[in-house]
Design a protein around this ligand. Structure first.
Ligand SMILES: Nc1nc2c([nH]c(=O)n2[C@H]2C[C@H](O)[C@@H](COP(=O)(O)OP(=O)(O)OP(=O)(O)O)O2)c(=O)[nH]1
Length: 167
């Protein structure tokens, strides 16, 4: 099973709530919008991974202590656990987003998140994450690898969870 992260930096611009998304330029989910993120490297905690991936993909510096755990997403493919994704959010970061070979960053109003250009399951959990809730979800895909070409089948979602045992 793959372990991965997503990070959603937030800001308020003259009363408009925005979230930093990326347009993914290569790999899994290419061409779709997402948060910065990626797979854990050996020995890394999810929090460290989210900090590293956000730095590598869009150039923002985040103190790991400023990340708030918002979700755990269990992606299953053809009945097998495929990816466990740890989702974080933060309002505290340094620097300005800049593009990289992996990602084109874009500040987007929370009210205008382009769910029609994202993974199909995102509309089920990301609104809650952007509303400050905590969620745990299981999302089942069928149709074989790669995950981003499989069909989204069904899901289960729990809100108001706590992540007390976080690494
Ligand atoms: N929003 C969202 N993100 C997802 C879903 N499924 C899924 O794997 N992801 C995320 C988890 C990871 O952050 C990212 C995939 O990891 P990645 O970006 O390292 O993948 P990649 O194939 O490009 O890897 P690499 O070549 O850069 O190592 O996609 C989903 O259904 N929705």
């Amino acid at each position: 099973m793959i372990e991965a992260t997503l990070c959603f930096p937030r800001r308020d611009v003259d009363g408009t709530e925005e979230v930093l998304l990326i347009e993914k330029r290569r790999g899994l989910g290419e061409g779709w919008y997402n948060g910065p993120g990626g797979k854990l490297e050996a020995g890394e905690t999810p929090r460290e991974c989210a900090v590293r991936e956000t730095r590598e993909e869009v150039g923002l510096e985040i103190d790991p202590a400023d990340l708030e755990k918002a979700a755990e997403l269990d992606f299953r493919l053809d009945g097998e656990r495929h990816t466990l994704c740890h989702v974080f959010r933060t309002r505290t970061f340094a620097g300005e987003p800049r593009p990289s070979p992996e990602a084109r960053p874009e500040w987007v109003a929370v009210e205008a998140v382009p769910y029609d250009r994202m993974w199909e399951d995102d509309r089920l959990w990301l609104p809650a994450v952007l509303a400050g809730e905590t969620v745990a979800g299981e999302f089942r895909f069928v149709g074989g690898e790669p995950l981003d070409e499989a069909d989204f089948a069904d899901h289960a979602l729990e809100r108001g969870v706590s992540f007390a045992d976080e690494r």
